[in-house]
Each structure stands twice: as structure tokens, then as C-alpha cells.
Design a protein around this ligand. Structure first.
Ligand SMILES: Cc1cc2nc3c(=O)[nH]c(=O)nc-3n(C[C@H](O)[C@H](O)[C@H](O)COP(=O)(O)OP(=O)(O)OC[C@H]3O[C@@H](n4cnc5c(N)ncnc54)[C@H](O)[C@@H]3O)c2cc1C
Length: 322
């Protein structure tokens, strides 16, 4: 953004943020599980819904592009950085309400967008509420999880969501029921290509009561399966590609003999071919070339075009003079 706009934005955001909650040129490699990414031009920690709405109105008045960062577990930011104002939904916006009984015997809990799904599923287990066991090992936030309709082991957030509160870029609140969210496989109304841009502020989940020990055993089993099958200790973004209808991306990549394929610091995991990992300090450029090569070979050998699940954001670095 232009220097004058940046100065005006900083001045307008100062009264809404504490000293460390607003920063310039923050490397996104520190905020993404891939450990890749150039700097966010300006990064602002979200700490309340009112503050968020005010910030959105300011950004709109100044014509500043708004980016959203949750847990950074499904995000590849290009090496040239992320221009504009990046709003981080993290620990400062992660409150969870106490369970409220519903007329049908279930209990409602509402969580702010920055709440880690792992913590939410732990809180549900503490209250002996079922339905979130599958999320115990998903390293994203409620906001990113809703946008992606995150799921695993037969569970998906859409099955337990009652409603979602969103904010428009104009700083207005909107409430959607589960049906209005129009959830599908790794998508919802907010991620539709022609959708008006909206941010998840919070989500309400309706969970049936269950047996706490059984819930915890299920969570432990799911996490053990993850540790056994997935390279979760290495920098990654989970499954890099979506599941093609009736198939598994990892199985297709494996079948094409691509396990271990490397571009610079990025490679196809030898443990699970669906995970493209950043195991040797790679760049976004390495990762994108690896993704394209995997797509090219899989298309050529199987006729299936793999669609990225990872969200790609930001800009390339300026071209170097020869
Ligand atoms: C080891 C590992 C295992 C994983 N396993 C699974 C799995 O089993 N199932 C699964 O579904 N996913 C899995 N993932 C992927 C990832 O955790 C999920 O997609 C998660 O929902 C992303 O949430 P996030 O907060 O990290 O989003 P981010 O990566 O921060 O953002 C992803 C996208 O959501 C947008 N976004 C984030 N927050 C908001 C918000 N509040 N409002 C609007 N838009 C927002 C961002 O702008 C971006 O476009 C895994 C990832 C890793 C690293």
C-alpha cells in the first residue's frame, strides 16, 4: 500500500490495538505450519468482535485489502509476501462459552474464530459432549475450519454446526444457519468463487451428551492413526490436494511413483503421498513447482486433475534483473 495510506492506517489502528498487536513486515513462515511465506505487509491481532468491525470499516474507508489468517495450517503464502492488512484470528480471539442446554437434549457451545479446533474438542470432551472427536488432531482454528468445512475420520464440522456469525468487509454482522452456510466437501458459502467476501467471527456447535471416557478413547485413537500414517511432525499443510470424487489424492500420487519427489526444499512425503512437505527449508516457489509437477504427472498417468486444498495467497517476489 502507499506510504501515506500505511501511515493513516497505522494511526487509525493504534487506539484499537496494544503495542505488540500491530506489526509491519511480519514473515508468514512464522505463522504457517508449512513454515513458508514472505512478509505480511501489516499484521493485526484481532481481540474482540467490536474491534474487528471497527478495523474492517477503517480498511474499507482507506481502500486497503484485507487478508485473513487463522492457524495458518492450510495456507501457502508466496515468497514476495502478503500485501495489505492481514487480520490474525489467534489466541486473542479464542473464547468458548459454557454449554447451554437445548430443547432437544443437545448442548450448544459457541467459539470465537481464533479458537484452535484441538482446544475446542478438548473442551467438549471435558463437558462429556460428543461430535468433535474427529477434530482433536486438526491444527486449524474455528474460522479456518468453518471456511474449509474441516473433517476427518467420517466427521465434518457441518454435522455439528448450528449457526455461524460472520462479518462483511463493510463491518456488518450477519448470522447464518447451518443450511444457509451451504456446506460441501471442504467448502461453504463463504468459499464459493462468486461469494461476497465475509469473515467468520464465531460458530455455534450443537453436541449431544456422551460418555467422557469413550470420547477420550476415540480422540486418542484418531490421533494415534494420524501419527502412524501422516508426517505430522514435519512442516506441512495436511492434504495438499482435495480428494477427487471416489478416489484418494495420496493413492493416485503414490500410484504414479511420486513419493519422495523433490523440488528444492519441498518434497512428496514418503510416509503419505498426499502430504507435500517442506522438509528442507523450501520456498513457496519450490512448493508451487512441486505441486504443479505432481498435478502434471497424475493427470498424464491417471487422467485425474488434482485440485489444491491448500489456499495460495500473496505475491511472487519482484523478478531479478539478469
Ligand atoms: C498436520 C495437519 C493435519 C491436517 N489434517 C486435516 C484434517 O484431518 N482435516 C481437514 O479438514 N484439514 C486438515 N488440515 C488442514 C487444516 O488444518 C484445515 O483446513 C483447517 O481448517 C485450516 O484452518 P486454519 O485456521 O489453519 O486456516 P488458515 O490456514 O489460517 O486459512 C485457510 C483459509 O481460511 C481462511 N480463513 C481463516 N480464518 C478465517 C476466518 N475467520 N474467516 C474467513 N476465512 C478464514 C484464510 O484466509 C485461508 O483462505 C491439516 C493440516 C495439517 C498441518
Amino acid at each position: 500500500m502507499e506510504e501515506t495510506v500505511r501511515a493513516e492506517l497505522t494511526e487509525a489502528l493504534r487506539p484499537l490495538t496494544k503495542r505488540k498487536e500491530l506489526a509491519e513486515d511480519v514473515p508468514m513462515s512464522r505463522y504457517t505450519t508449512l513454515g513458508i511465506g514472505g512478509p505480511a505487509e501489516m499484521l493485526c491481532e484481532i481481540t474482540s468482535a467490536d474491534q474487528l468491525l471497527e478495523i474492517l470499516r477503517i480498511a474499507q474507508r482507506l481502500g486497503v485489502t484485507v487478508n485473513i489468517l487463522g492457524g495458518g495450517s492450510n495456507l501457502l503464502v508466496r515468497d514476495g509476501g502478503w500485501p495489505g492488512l492481514t487480520l490474525h484470528f489467534g489466541d486473542g480471539f479464542a473464547e468458548i462459552t459454557s454449554p447451554v442446554p437445548l430443547p432437544d437434549g443437545r448442548f450448544a457451545i459457541t467459539a470465537q474464530a481464533g479458537t484452535p479446533l484441538t482446544r475446542l474438542s478438548g473442551v467438549a470432551a471435558d463437558a462429556a459432549l460428543c461430535g468433535l472427536e474427529f477434530a482433536a488432531g486438526i491444527p486449524g482454528t474455528v474460522g479456518g475450519g468453518v471456511l474449509m468445512n474441516a473433517g476427518a475420520y467420517g466427521g465434518e464440522l457441518q454435522n455439528i454446526i448450528e449457526g455461524v456469525t460472520c462479518a462483511t468487509l463493510a463491518g456488518e454482522i450477519r448470522h447464518y444457519t447451518r443450511a444457509e452456510m451451504d456446506f460441501g466437501y471442504r467448502r461453504c458459502r463463504l468459499s464459493a468463487p462468486d461469494a461476497e467476501r465475509e469473515l467468520v467471527v464465531s460458530a455455534t456447535f450443537a453436541l449431544p451428551p456422551g460418555d467422557e471416557d469413550t470420547i477420550r478413547v476415540t480422540m486418542r485413537e484418531f490421533n494415534a492413526r494420524r501419527r502412524e500414517k501422516q508426517p505430522i511432525t514435519l512442516p506441512c499443510c495436511g492434504s495438499t490436494f482435495k480428494r477427487p470424487p471416489g478416489q484418494f489424492a495420496g493413492a493416485l500420487i503414490d500410484q504414479c511413483g511420486l513419493k519422495g519427489l523433490r523440488v528444492g526444499g519441498a518434497s512428496v512425503s514418503t510416509k503419505h503421498a498426499g502430504f507435500l512437505i517442506n522438509d528442507e527449508d523450501g520456498t513457496a516457489a519450490d512448493y508451487l513447482v512441486l505441486m504443479r509437477e505432481v498435478q502434471r504427472v497424475v493427470l498424464q498417468q491417471t487422467g485425474v486433475l488434482l485440485e489444491p486444498e491448500v489456499h495460495i495467497a500473496g505475491v511472487d517476489p519482484p523478478a531479478q534483473d539478469a
